[in-house]
Design a binder for this molecule. Structure first.
Ligand code: DNO
Length: 346
């Protein structure tokens, strides 16, 4: 297992020099950010990321994300051109030594929270989700801006996109996902790049849009679309784990035994109501997830992929990208490393 750390490129306020000082981190997880979704990433940009990482003693073997163009999710006639560009990105990332690509298939919006800096008792702040608040939001009014979202839509563009999705239910989204997967996986096999789909965060439909990577039944259905080992998962404990029906240690054991987990996002969350949760410090006792059992089951079932500490709180007065500060994620990395040492020596 390799412990990695997400880095948002040269615009990230956290320097690579700091990341290399976190014990146990072997590499960065990054992406080319200044290219519109659906286009081919310039070779120079990929080379630059790799060179910067290596100059700091870090590997660059995991990309998060290569975003999927909405026309692919919508199954539009233009999708083939975007899939070809996606395949081109897989080829060039493979040629640069990238081993795993994390991506998601969530319509329009990526991850969603109702508040990005809710104050905890100890003065730190966390990302939280309150169902009532989210139900009262209306993205078509164009006044919402949250960090996981593609900021490039105009108000009209977003309204048009949301209206295109009126024709897409879960069934259609599954069909469009299967079409995409069956086109890209043969390329991944040739280039030795493993795909790791990120679960929907949160794992339920929002704003009337379908979400399908949400639970065990659907993960099984997803993996069965194409049985190649290159068609795999990002096991994000905090995304799936906010639904009490998702037993994270058991999902970790099952999919690791199948050899289908290529990347793990380790995050703890406290479920504090129906469809309500608060992101916490990583150790088990602060949240609802048994992080030890997740890691132990990964280990016992042969997991040998990449892991990264996911969203941290903001602590020690740090400001920055919500969920992606240095300090709490570094504590998370040290915790993961400590658990792993204990597990491997037991
Ligand atoms: C949130 C992240 C996600 C993830 C994408 C993968 O912090 O885990 O935004 O990067 O969903 O495509």
């Amino acid at each position: 297992m390799k412990i990695t750390f997400r880095w948002y490129g040269k615009n990230d306020s956290i320097p690579l020099e700091y990341i290399r000082q976190i014990p146990a981190i072997t590499g960065i997880v990054s992406a080319v950010y200044n290219i519109p979704v659906g286009e081919v990433w310039p070779n120079e940009s990929i080379t630059e990321l790799k060179t910067l990482a290596e100059a700091n003693g870090l590997e660059f073997e995991v990309v998060e994300s290569v975003p999927v163009h909405e026309d692919i999710k919508l199954g539009k006639s233009t999708r083939d051109k975007y899939i070809e560009a996606y395949c081109e990105n897989i080829r060039s990332l493979g040629a640069h030594g990238v081993k795993v690509i994390c991506y998601n298939f969530m319509p329009v919006f990526d991850w969603l929270r109702s508040d990005l800096s809710s104050v905890n008792e100890d003065g730190s702040t966390s990302l939280i989700y309150r169902n009532d608040t989210v139900l009262a939001m209306d993205p078509s009014k164009g006044d919402l801006s949250l960090p996981g979202w593609d900021e490039s839509y105009t108000k009209e563009g977003l309204q048009e996109l949301l209206s295109d999705y009126k024709a897409i239910g879960e069934k259609e989204l599954w069909e469009n996902l299967a079409y995409f997967i069956n086109k890209i996986i043969p390329v991944c096999e040739k280039c030795d790049v493993k795909m790791a789909i990120h679960p929907d965060d949160p794992p339920w439909g929002i704003f009337g849009l379908p979400r399908i990577i949400t639970n065990e039944e659907n993960l099984d259905k997803f993996l069965a679309i194409n049985n190649s080992v290159y068609n795999g998962l990002t096991l994000c404990t905090g995304s799936l784990g906010v639904s009490p029906a998702n037993n994270m240690p058991s999902l970790a054991a099952k999919y690791a035994a199948m050899g289908r987990i290529h990347f793990v996002h380790a995050r703890n969350v406290l479920i504090d109501g129906e469809r309500c949760f608060r992101e916490t410090a990583h150790p088990s006792r602060f949240g609802s997830l048994d992080m030890f059992s997740v890691l132990n089951n990964l280990h016992d079932n042969g997991f040998d992929g990449y892991i990264r500490p996911d969203h941290g709180r903001m602590i020690w007065g740090e400001t920055g990208k919500p969920g992606y500060g240095l300090y709490d994620r570094a504590l998370g990395a040290a915790y993961i490393d400590g658990l792993w040492e204990a597990i491997t020596k037991l």
